[in-house]
Design a protein. Sequence first.
Length: 331
Amino acid sequence: MSKLTTGFALTLLLSVASRGQALMPYVLHDLGTFGGRYAEARAVNDAGVIVGNYFPAGPYESYAFYWDGQFHDLGPGSALDINNSGVIVGTSAGNVVRWIGGVAEVMAPGGAVAIDDSGHILAGRSGHAFLLVDGAEQDLNALAGKVVSPRDLSSTGEIVGVFEDSGPYFTYYHAFLLAGGRFTDIGTLSGGKNSQASAINDHGVVVGYSEWLPPGIPYPETHAFVWDGALQDIGVGAALDINNAGLVVGQAGHFAFVWSDGEMAQLPNLGVTGAALGVNGSGVVVGYSWGEGQMQRAVYWTPVPEPSTAAAMGALVAGFGVSRLRRRRCK
């Protein structure tokens, strides 16, 4: 397949991934739609390999892909996560699918949402959540004692998502943490009835979003949150991923954002809107964006190195090269 080139769009000063570092620019790279109607990048591993979905011009179904400097079509389905060994998981034809070296393996009925570096797969089907460990299912609904929908897991085995419960007059949905066999209701922000956890890092910090309805406000807003034992409101929007350095990414209005240590900043977009869906350990962010007259396009953002961070970014670029070399050798 031909190598795709990425287009420079915009640069914006904003917070970097790790705590204590100074402000630096981010650059937006446009991967396009891969010849289809629209596309999105969902996750990126520490080698810089990106996975996601696109809709070809013909079929009315999503196709999975990975990008390691070149575009690789994985066929019908959705690729939602990739670990640092390059194993990709998602769904195809109603099944949990694992792709290794571009080859699909059906694991169980349902759909996968996350994979850790040990190869454990978090998945769900028809209101039933489960963990696949060496091909065997662990029932999370039974473990939690509630109906749960999974969203993410950490390398330490902690799982987050949303659970369903009923009050006297309504059904509500709350973010949860399942760790060490203990189920924790993360709750909601001020006055909110519903919340959802999106992701967790290896330090047990959870991000997500919640309704927010303090006294005097007529209608609830959606606010992003960070939870490390207590909920912290980080502003209007939805927090969708977090890395181990504490960099949070998500969407607020028409903009993708990054947040760290109390500071939120917008990421550049192609002109109309953007959303950040995933982030890796180097602070590379993936998601989607589009401009005026465009369809939704897969994009990623990279921090521009300053002298103190040039070595780290050099390692990131080397990671892209190693990934591409390994895949060529496997062909």
